[in-house]
Ligand binder design. Structure first.
Ligand SMILES: Cc1ncc(COP(=O)(O)O)c(C=O)c1O
Length: 480
């Protein structure tokens, strides 16, 4: 006969003095938020203290949680945080405050959005619908929240492959060769998807660009027709709605026509740019979006929430189910499929919660206005650079990415100067910019996707780059 233990055991790993620890964590978070409100004049680097801490072996004995939290906050403080308003390099996230709290709440409950998680399933589905409404894809969009644009693109293209070759997932390609079509400047997640899906990275047709750096539609259509005549199976066209390099938005309407005529899946990679479809300024660039079969939107980019939160939108959930559903002894289901039957990942945190809370707390209109403000910041920078003879502007920005470079006197290599300048900007630490190679030439690239950035931060870009280039002038580095 089993007997109840005499004393209640409680958890095996209790957090000592958890109320005090929670209060301390709250102070740390608040102090981080305060430090992100304004730019900081320098980016500190890890020192010997950090290196010693971060090379220590696994701790075997307990230690004070408050001191441990302080150590963690200290490590974060000397890490590059994309939340800072002058982080213009890459397409970062903003660590939206309500999203941070959502993450803490989500992790506390640690729901797994895989097999019937109750209300969490409904919340994820609602969040996906809201995104579909926000960007104008479909008021009743289905889909899922994934850990990044790379995974959303892979998920969509898995469904496209199954549509193009029904039964592929069970039988393989059966000797058939496949191809994907995208802009020559598409994000490399498309090529990686082709590698993983057995399409082959070399079967990604990087289609030439038109004068606005969009995929040339006729060239895309011709490539599909040519491949078909050669016996290949076109799996999908991937339109980019906001290229990573310059922010170019492919002509979605034109591509939707080309795909409809040829019965080819159209996926829109709007990981970066699609939130701009919700704005008055840029909506016209995304005409035709609703005709795509699927679309990726990274909320951890231009919807400001912390990583990770990418949304894959589809009109037809069944297409995902055909590609992913399983019936396993340990996961039996009847008619009602599980969330995991529409995607590759099994353990799935409720990453949609931060976006759900962001829409709920701020409202879609304020988020739209924040995106408008970033578009304005890109225009502002472009006009500052265009009016400053020290700089060359690559092109008027379509969205919020701006490429420019320092003009150089004859005799100096513009690429070497701008590469050195990118290094100098990184070492200086007042602003962060990325070097970018466009058409084989080196540029500096600023991308505005942070809700904390102000016009004052934009003015700092030509100021700091100009100042550093004066300091650099004549040094050996730029004469290489
Ligand atoms: C257009 C585009 N697609 C996909 C991705 C990949 O997104 P993630 O980093 O969330 O995997 C990026 C990342 O910058 C991107 O710009």
């Amino acid at each position: 006969m089993t007997t109840e233990p005499e004393t209640e055991q409680g958890p095996a790993l209790p957090l000592p003095d958890r109320e005090r620890v929670l209060e301390h964590a709250e102070e740390l978070i608040l102090s981080a938020w305060r430090s992100f409100d304004r730019f900081r004049p320098h980016q500190p680097l890890p020192d010997d203290r950090h290196l010693e801490l971060l090379s220590a072996p696994v701790p075997t004995a307990p230690s004070d949680p408050i001191a441990a939290l302080d150590a963690a906050a200290d490590v974060l403080d000397v890490s590059i945080a994309q939340t800072r308003p002058r982080f213009f390099a890459y397409i970062g996230s903003s660590g939206l405050e309500i999203g941070v709290l959502a993450d803490a709440l989500m992790a506390s409950h640690d729901v797994n959005v895989a097999v019937s998680s109750g209300a969490a399933d409904l919340l994820e589905a609602q969040t996906v619908r809201w995104v579909g409404q926000f960007v104008g894809f479909d008021d009743e969009a289905g889909g899922l929240v994934a850990s990044g644009g790379t995974i959303s693109n892979l998920t969509a293209l898995t469904a496209a492959r199954e549509r193009a070759i029904p039964g592929f997932r069970h039988e393989g390609a059966g000797g058939r060769r496949m191809a994907l079509y995208c802009s020559a400047e598409a994000h490399y997640s498309v090529r990686r998807a082709a590698e993983v899906l057995g399409i082959g990275g070399n079967q990604v047709r990087g289609i030439e660009l038109d004068s606005e750096r969009r995929m040339a539609i006729t060239a895309c259509a011709q490539a599909i027709d040519r491949d078909r005549r050669a016996g290949m199976v076109p799996v999908a066209v991937v339109a980019t709605a906001g290229t990573t390099l310059t922010g170019a938005v492919d002509d979605l309407e034109g591509l939707a026509d080309a795909c409809a005529e040829r019965d080819v899946w159209l996926h829109v990679d709007g990981a970066y740019g699609l939130p701009a479809a919700a704005t008055r300024t840029a909506a016209h660039l995304f005409k035709g979006l609703s005709r795509a079969d699927s679309a990726t939107v990274d909320a951890h980019k231009w919807l400001y929430v912390p990583k990770a939160c990418s949304v894959l939108l589809v009109h037809d959930l069944a297409a995902l189910e055909h590609a992913f559903s399983h019936h396993e002894g340990y996961l039996p289901h009847g008619e009602q499929l599980h969330a995991v039957d529409r995607t590759l990942e099994y353990s799935r945190p409720l990453n949609g919660l931060k976006l759900w809370l962001a829409f709920t707390v701020h409202g879609a209109d304020a988020i739209r206005t924040a995106v408008e403000r970033n578009l304005h910041e890109a225009q502002l920078l472009a006009s500052l650079l265009a009016g400053d003879e020290r700089f060359e502007l690559f092109a008027e920005p379509q969205l919020s990415a701006v490429c420019f470079r320092r003009r150089t006197p004859t005799g100096l290599s513009p690429d070497a100067v701008n590469e050195a300048l990118a290094r100098a900007v990184a070492a200086d630490g007042r602003i962060l910019l990325a070097p970018a190679e466009v058409d084989g030439r080196i540029w500096l690239r600023a991308c505005f996707v942070n809700h904390r950035t102000t016009d004052g931060d934009v003015y700092a870009i030509p100021e700091v780059v100009g100042e550093l280039s004066e300091t650099m002038a004549g040094t050996a580095e730029v004469r290489r």
